[in-house]
Write a protein that binds this ligand. Structure first.
Ligand code: NAD
Ligand code: UD1
Length: 311
């Protein structure tokens, strides 16, 4: 099958980021195969009646299933993982199966079936607290503080091994904090914006872990998908991971005040002990991202929140 008609495999494609990428690829006429165990993702996120889409319900830790799903694909976007840092602190063994063994299975399946291009969702978490007081560039020392971060960094190293040894073409993205519609707010492990916006809309109390002065670099999902689509067809793979963030630090207290303005008020907000392994400050230096990709006009946090809140 020629690469133009061969499907793109998206592991974790029924989740938040994956399902937006599915929509974008189907919209430009690509065929898409999703492998997802539906642990966090949902069929409701996918246009299941679209003829270009195939959903395989399977675990990325199941090597045979990953191999079968990879066969005949033009490229892989490997997103399947337990995305919660806190979940990995609570269950390092369980999350390792998804977050590391899954990556190794993807690498092996690609080697076996001669598929070369792979986009990988690594994370700003690999830098730990080394971003204190500055923007983090890709050379910043790595200091994984949690099993989640250690699995992402190990996955990066394995992808680079398969690149040197077996000719894989990995594009390793270190996403900062992505937000937007379909980020599931239903678990305490969910992304903070999805939890805060849902609770604020329902008038439910909001818990802040720590003093709320920790900062994150929030990046809108539509902007991320734009970059991922470019990376799938980039003619050359340049070495080194790429940060994905806007280089804007927003504290949780600032985030709450933005949500309060948009909704005309906030429910009760309580402050509790910080989470174990929680990073204090995280802001991307995104020079490499803008050197390598055509960046869309950044979606400001307030605009992204407005779209999320339907305002
Ligand atoms: P998500 O939970 O919405 O998506 C992950 C998907 O993977 C879900 O559909 C889930 O069901 C699936 N999945 C989990 N374990 C699996 C397994 N063992 N086998 C098969 N499928 C499995 O989260 P997301 O925010 O869309 O994250 C996608 C990727 O991006 C993850 O690798 C995450 O670590 C990474 N990432 C996300 C962010 C962010 O801010 N959202 C930032 C950095 C990195
Ligand atoms: C997030 C992503 C992770 C990604 C990382 C990259 C999720 C679930 N996590 O982790 O996949 O690798 O960005 O930077 O998408 N908080 C509260 N109250 C709550 C929930 C969270 O105060 O109810 C706080 C947390 O303690 C933390 C901050 O909000 O300080 C952000 O938490 P979270 O959204 O879970 O993101 P990260 O841990 O940054």
């Amino acid at each position: 099958m020629s690469d133009a008609v061969a499907p793109i495999l998206i592991t974790g494609g029924a989740g938040f980021i994956g399902s937006h990428l599915v929509d974008a690829l189907l919209a430009v006429g690509r065929r898409v195969r999703v492998l997802d165990n539906l642990s966090m993702g949902s069929r409701d996120n996918l246009p299941l009646d679209h003829p270009g889409l195939q959903l395989i319900v399977a675990d990325v830790a199941d090597a045979a299933a990953v191999s079968a799903a990879t066969e005949g694909c033009a490229a892989v976007v490997h997103l399947a993982a337990v995305a919660s840092v806190q979940a990995s602190v609570d269950d390092p063994v369980g999350t390792h199966q998804s977050n590391f063994v899954g990556t190794l299975n993807v690498c092996e399946a690609m080697r076996l079936h001669g598929v070369r291009r792979v986009l990988f969702a690594s994370s700003a978490a690999v830098y730990g607290n080394n971003g204190e007081g500055c923007a983090i560039d890709e050379q910043t020392s790595k200091a994984p503080l949690t099993p989640y971060a250690a699995d992402k960094l190990a996955s990066e190293h394995y992808l680079e091994f398969y690149q040197r040894q077996h000719g894989l073409e990995p594009v390793i993205f270190r996403f900062f904090n992505i937000f937007g519609p379909r980020q599931d707010p239903s678990s305490p492990y969910s992304g903070v914006i999805s939890i805060f916006t849902q609770r604020a809309q329902q008038g439910m109390p909001i818990r802040v872990f720590g003093d709320g002065e920790q900062t994150r670099d929030f990046f809108y999902i539509g902007d991320l998908v734009d970059v991922l689509v470019q990376a799938l067809s980039a003619p050359v793979i340049e070495p080194g991971a790429v940060n994905v963030g806007w280089s804007q630090a927003v504290s949780l207290n600032q985030l709450l005040s933005e949500i309060g303005v948009l909704l005309g008020g906030l429910p009760e907000v309580t402050y509790q002990a910080p989470r174990a392994g929680d990073i204090r400050h995280s802001r991307a230096d995104n020079q490499r991202l803008s050197d390598r990709f055509e960046l869309p006009t950044p979606t400001p946090l307030a605009d992204g929140l407005r779209q999320l809140l339907g305002r």
